[in-house]
Unconditional design. Sequence first.
Length: 346
Amino acid sequence: MLQQTQVETMLPYYERFLQAFPTLNDLAKSPPTEVLKLWSGLGYYSRARNLHKTARKIIQHFGGRFPTTKEELISLPGIGDYSAGAIASIAFGKKVPVVDGNVIRVLTRLFALKGDPKAKPLKQKLWKLAARLVPKSCQDPALPGCEANSKSLRSRNRPGDFNQALMELGALVCSPKDPKCLLCPLKKRCVAKIKDKISEYPTPREKLPTEKVFLAAALIEKNGSFLLAQRGSQKHLQSMWEFPQVAGEEKSLSGKQLIQKLQKKYGMDIELKGQLPVVRHAIMNRRIVMTPFLCRYQKGSPKMGKGHVAFKWIAPDQLKEFPTSSINHKVIQHLNRKHQDLFLPF
């Protein structure tokens, strides 16, 4: 949950998630829709699907025992080199590296390494370098992964502590801007510092151009319920529920354009009744602007095969029970407000 998400945003979701799935077996037995519902609003929904698949794989292939080695961990859905290294070293005391953005910054400055850290040549070099730096596990049986007694519990003998220290060094001292070099314990060995070229490392990446996406959503009311559409197996927001929507090439779609596009896409006749405030949402380099329109159903049944696999009429107080995206959450919040001055004239 903490990947691409701030701590204060994540915590309420984390608490609700643990209440619903207190054990690995509870998570594995639950249907995917329940997992997505509790994740709804956090974004990057492949994380939730992978977490669910991982729970099932651990039950089925590892006998319910959580894997302890990087090789086993990396076989689980959604776990890559970074996550596998972090879990193996921090939770189980294994001598494996962790390379995240903070570690990349420390290592490229410390050794003055030029190039794109995400490109294969430098990426491989950084992982090999980090692997050589990680100390061996201590010999304390109280620490997972250790084998014999040792009086010394210094952090230099604990791979997990070393990896966390390196990440914290990058986060708190070797920061992207205005690094605190005078406080750095590695300042006398840092090649970038010695050459007075800190700002050149890591090599800046070209930013992706901002993509603007304009959508119009139809909140179609029928006998007090609203129509939700379930997405199919698309790359983004797979199996999530949303209000019927259409894309526009202009800054905003008019109500008349919405009606025309909806009739063509879904084959329903609807009547415009009002408009809710525009909602905005950012995903990576995409900037989404959605205009929600209040509509009333007239006749017809929604067509399948237009990117959606199911449709349901849902009462307003039940909308929160369906897994939906962050931008649809914002629309629902507007819908749930009762102040009449919220509804804007055309």
